[in-house]
Structures are given as structure tokens and as C-alpha cells.
Ligand binder design. Structure first.
Ligand code: GRF
Length: 218
């Protein structure tokens, strides 16, 4: 099944670019039906436009409350009828009402091995904690910030002398194939959320899938 994706972005847009490229070279059976951004001057908007994608900026300024901003954003998203909504570096919290209405159809990529290091500045958090391993997770979004069921992860070693920046660079390189492979599994109908648990091929996953260095899932 080809998957119709809405992609939410706020900044650089490298994960969006990875999706565009994977679709372009036939690795991912999907179509991006809309890119939505909260910041007019984000580089991601430029990338989306250059790729010829329908792109809409819904900035929070001009809305009295977060609820109203969310409602306008998700009305615009719904109008495109996506099968799946992908937060790929979308930096705003999404209110509970919109999240609940889209359970199982909303995923996020987060730069840590969840449940470790939720929220912002995850690479600095990892360096400060002195962990040996860091990485990225793709998870279903629930009202619990960065707390929804994790589908898949990519692990990255923390090397001696790493700072937040060097570590972020190493993780980002792994995020792109992680996101592409995870969406590929969803497009193939192999992954779903049932009773708050991730299922692979109809069976609950005991632990998140691990994207190995050779970039293959089971
Ligand atoms: C990524 O590290 C992603 O995991 C996080 O925000 C960053 C976005 O990067 N949620 P980009 O905009 O995709 O380049």
C-alpha cells in the first residue's frame, strides 16, 4: 500500500529531505501530500517547496490560544487526507485533543533512546549523563510528551571527547534511515498500534525494533 504522508517540520528539514529522497529513489512507497510548518523562514519550507510539495505555514502568531492554532493546523492537515502524520523535527507541543483524535496515525522522531532523555537538548543531556550509548527513536505520539509507544530505534555509541554537537551529528546520520525504514514497515502494513502497544505482523513487540548498522529490520 502506498502511504499518504503529512509531514510536520519546524527547522532544518533534513529528515523531510530523507523522506523526499527515499520516495524519489523508490525505497519508500509513499507520497507526501503536504508539509506543514510553524515558522515561515524555516529552511524546511524552502526544501519542501524546491521538492515541489504542497507546503503550508501555520504560524502560532495570530491565534489567541494553542488550541486554536492546533485546530487550524490540523484542519489544514486533514484537508489533505493523509494516512499518517509524521512529526519530523516539529518543535511545538500538540494539544491532547488533536493527538487523541489521531492515535495510531501520528508518529514522531526523537533524538534519544526513549524513554531516556525526553524533551529538548537530548544530546547535551546524554553527554552530561555520561552514557555509553545514545540514538534516536520513532514512536507513536500520545498526550504524554515523548512517552508514546516506541516502534523502532537506532543506537549510536558515545565516543570519548564527544560534545553535544559531535554526538548530534552522528545521531542525525542514523535518524534518516531509521525514519525511512520505519515508515516503510508502516507502508507495508506490518506495523500498527493496537491497545496502546506496537504490533509487528499482528504480534505485540516486546521491545522496540533496532535498526542495526547494516540498516535492516527483521
Ligand atoms: C531531529 O534531530 C529530530 O529527531 C528532532 O529534531 C531534529 C530535526 O532535524 N525531533 P531536521 O529538521 O529533520 O533536520
Amino acid at each position: 500500500m502506498s502511504l499518504d504522508l503529512a509531514v510536520l517540520v519546524s527547522g532544518r528539514g533534513s529528515n523531510l529531505q530523507a523522506l523526499v529522497d527515499a520516495i524519489g529513489d523508490g525505497q519508500l512507497d509513499a507520497r507526501i501530500v503536504g508539509v506543514f510548518c510553524d515558522r515561515a523562514n524555516a529552511p524546511a519550507v524552502e526544501r519542501a517547496r524546491s521538492a515541489g510539495l504542497a507546503t503550508q505555514v501555520v504560524a502560532p502568531r495570530g491565534f489567541a490560544t494553542r488550541l486554536e492554532h492546533d485546530a487550524a493546523l490540523f484542519d489544514a492537515i486533514d484537508a489533505r487526507k493523509p494516512d499518517l502524520i509524521v512529526c519530523a523535527g516539529y518543535m511545538r507541543l500538540i494539544g491532547e485533543r488533536e493527538v487523541q483524535a489521531r492515535r495510531g496515525r501520528l508518529v514522531n522522531i526523537h533524538p534519544s533512546l526513549l524513554p531516556a532523555f525526553k524533551g529538548l537538548h537530548t544530546h547535551a543531556q546524554a553527554v552530561a549523563a555520561g552514557v555509553a550509548e545514545h540514538g534516536a527513536s520513532v514512536h507513536y505520539v500520545t498526550p504524554d510528551l515523548d512517552g508514546g509507544p516506541v516502534i523502532a530505534q537506532a543506537r549510536v555509541p558515545v565516543q570519548p571527547g564527544d560534545d553535544a554537537e559531535t554526538l548530534a551529528r552522528r545521531v542525525l546520520a542514523r535518524e534518516h534511515p531509521l525514519l525511512v525504514r520505519t515508515l516503510q514497515l508502516i507502508a507495508q502494513g506490518r506495523i500498527a498500534l493496537r491497545d496502546e502497544r506496537v504490533q509487528l505482523d499482528g504480534r505485540p513487540l516486546a521491545t522496540p525494533l533496532q535498526l542495526a548498522a547494516n540498516q535492516r529490520f527483521p
